[in-house]
Design a protein around this ligand. Sequence first.
Ligand SMILES: [Zn+2]
Length: 101
Amino acid sequence: MSYEHCAKCGKGLPSGGVKYIISINIIADFDGILPEMVDDEEIARLLQEAEKMDQETLEKEVHQEMAYLLCKPCRDTFAENPLNLSLKSLSMEGIFPGLLQ
Ligand SMILES: [Zn+2]
């Protein structure tokens, strides 16, 4: 029997057992609007900064994928609070007020 391990707690996950893949996609959001305060000089500075970054870092700034294998208790903990917010922030209205309208 082969074992995999939970990425969070390290518990062994036997073949055929209950386990979960947490897949995370982080994608840069652009609404098409540039702040009015950004002038040509600022854009040139930002482009220079981007040219100094390596390809992998630049790609991660735009899109990053991650996947983790978790046991059920770690999956449940993750699903309850995926953004690791403090208990005070855990109402849906507090997380993203515009989403519930
Ligand atoms: Zn675990």
